[in-house]
Design a protein around this ligand. Sequence first.
Ligand code: PLP
Length: 481
Amino acid sequence: MSAEDFRRYGHEIIDRLGDYLSQMERYPVLAQVKPGELRSQLPASAPERGEPMDSILGDVERLVLPALTHWNHPGFFAYFSISASAPGIFGELLAAAFNVNGMLWRTSPASTELEEVALSWLRQMMGLPEAFEGIIYDTASVSTMHAIAAAREALDVGVREEGMSGRPNLPLLRVYASEQAHSSVDKSVITLGLGLRALRKIPTDDEFRMDAAALAAAIEEDRREGFLPFCVVATVGTTSTSSIDPVPAIADICEREKLWLHVDAAYAGSAAVVPELRYAIEGAERADSIVTNPHKWLFTPIDISVLYCRRMDTLRRAFSLVAEYLRTSEGEAGEVHNQMDTGIQLGRRFRSLKLWMVMRYFGHEGLAARIREHCRLARLFASFVEESTDWELLAPVPFALVCFRARTRIEGETDAERAARLDALNERLMNAVNATGEVFLSHTRLHDALALRLAIGNIRTAETHIRRTWQLLNEQLSKLD
Ligand code: PLP
């Protein structure tokens, strides 16, 4: 592509994106396409000859856009809502254009060192001690997998050299996490060859927080039975309800039992940049590792997950392997970090650029103000629920996620029948509000009941969207009643 065309189409794309982002509400938040609809409109094979950019961009508008679920939409409240802020989008664009591969310091001094700077800034904003070194991966699932691998390496039982199979003298290893922990912990033990039986799920209390006494008892029982406990994953901001495990009590147990403590703060870690919310990660400063996802609630486009670790050398010991073609010269060795040593991947995108730009553009104060506002909006919505006899809250609201349901008059012979009907009503309600195209809510199960989830995290969400969602829910409830 000529430099002239590059400029022309570049300007056009930015113009179109400017319209897209500023007129987001023209689009239904949840894609209104049927499965296979986009695929059926596209050729089965790549074109033999190149096509003009105009026609490619035309198809993006005509075919791709309608098949998007718009995560940037202010009415997106499902799962954990996220947003691509403008400085974050520019950071992605620049990173794509620079196209550096940060495998070694010399292959991209800028991405290696900017990552160190950006992660030090974020660490300070979160109030974490300097002992934590950071590394960026794509997702929290991958960060947690690396943390558990480092925990296993810290055991010093020779897994790196000997593996785990065919070793009768190696006891069965155990990882602990609450019943509310994210499925990425399960996937980590699968990936690391520990097997799901290595993961012991600890019960939670009425507010979905890990029961620390049950954790201590489980460890004791496992030791008696010959297991080798080595890691506990505590969650700050669980996926279903954003509950907060009692990290200080869990850290006491880990210190006493000499277990690696990993804190999954994928969602709520961002809240720690707000001074009055920092209490949420209390105890995490004593952890061995912590994951937080700036792509969740720090307005940085997906994907970017940060793993902070106070024993990065152990992580490097687990993964560092220098092939001859990657060996660096004497001068650099010892002076720099090569990011390929910190995990399974060799190649690395320049992800820190977008985070650095987001932090510079908004400043600590600007980021904190937005997160604080999301929490205010969640409390406002929760107050609507609490003040209404037709609705009820199903979990506390420590951050910006509200779990609730309609609880209107339901007939039924037995409790089980009434519970099933109430679940069905709430599911129909969710589907009905989602079908309006104005909002997108998701659900979970809490104490065996279907709960609707309203997760506020989008930078474009304002009070009007929250009030409108409440109105839509009540309109639909009166229609379904
Ligand atoms: N941990 C928690 C608490 C989460 O809520 C999620 C996703 O929502 C994850 C981990 C996994 O995140 P990722 O999609 O970055 O792997």
